[in-house]
Design a protein around this ligand. Structure first.
Ligand code: PTJ
Length: 242
């Protein structure tokens, strides 16, 4: 994160967001709690069932979990779109360059044992988009509303780790299923998403990959508040761990 910040790839407030996340992670015990595992299984089912899913990434996410999310995109055959809150052309192209390097590295790995197909070409086929926005997210003002039609614009489901509350709300209002990964169960994105995974982004993205490969069911009825309440109770019980 520090290196990426020094290279100008992150938002000025990226470290504030990161520190806030770490504080919640300590309170959650730095593990994927049971309700987050359930949310990840539901997210896997919805991602597999979606017609045109997309993974939306910001600066923090590319740095922390870019490789994990490229593996997820390779298994799903979906694009990864750079979509920033503090959008500048330099940050978008820098983050896309970082994703291209990550994609190259991941393509040379063995690939998951239960993946059917040729891993290297599946990985290299993941579209990395967001440089030339030709669409706007309805209900959002300014540069943060810019996106691509082939990605977020036409998607029926968006996976958005570390999302800001306004964009999450705008995506939900435009009729999309929105899966958020956020360590803060009380953030507006967590409260507004269709499915919220209260977990650290790199840890949960690895679990998500395994669940997508194993998933044999469709989406279920989902009451998102149940998981958020559980995360809060784990946090309040953390006092009992000392
Ligand atoms: O790259 P940009 O321009 O799109 O900007 C990205 C940030 C993250 C700086 C921007 O979206 C922002 O300011 O976000 P917020 O409003 O601080 O929200 C980030 C949320 O992610 C907070 O609720 C944090 O608790 C949470 N969070 C931080 N680090 C992690 C995390 N959640 C999961 N894993 C993390 N590692």
């Amino acid at each position: 994160m520090v290196d990426a910040g020094n290279k100008g790839l992150l938002a000025d407030s990226a470290m504030i967001a990161h520190g806030r996340g770490e504080a919640f992670d300590y309170l959650l015990g730095e593990v994927t709690i049971e309700s987050a595992s359930r949310a990840i299984r539901e997210a896997a089912a919805r991602l597999k069932n979606a017609k045109s899913p997309v993974i939306s990434v910001n600066g923090n996410t590319v740095v922390l979990a870019g490789e994990q999310l490229i593996r997820v995109a390779a298994v799903l055959g979906c694009p990864i779109e750079v979509n920033l809150y503090y959008r500048t052309p330099e940050r978008v192209s820098g983050l896309l360059a970082m994703l291209r390097e990550q994609r190259e590295r991941v393509s040379h790995e063995g690939g998951p044992s239960d993946f059917e197909g040729e891993w290297g070409s599946a990985v290299m086929s993941v579209p990395l988009i967001g440089e030339d926005p030709d669409f706007r997210i309805a209900g959002l003002e300014g540069p943060r509303s810019f996106c691509t039609e082939e990605g977020i614009g036409l998607a029926d489901l968006v996976l958005v780790p570390l999302e800001d509350g306004d964009r999450c709300g705008a995506l939900v209002n435009s009729g999309k299923d929105v899966i958020v990964i956020d360590l803060n169960p009380l953030s507006r994105s967590s409260l507004g998403a269709t499915v919220t995974i209260v977990d650290e982004v790199s840890r949960s993205s690895e679990v998500l990959l395994g669940e997508i490969l194993r998933c044999r069911r469709g989406p279920a009825e989902w009451d998102n508040i149940v998981g958020l309440r559980d995360a809060l109770s784990v946090i309040s019980d953390s006092v009992g761990r000392i």
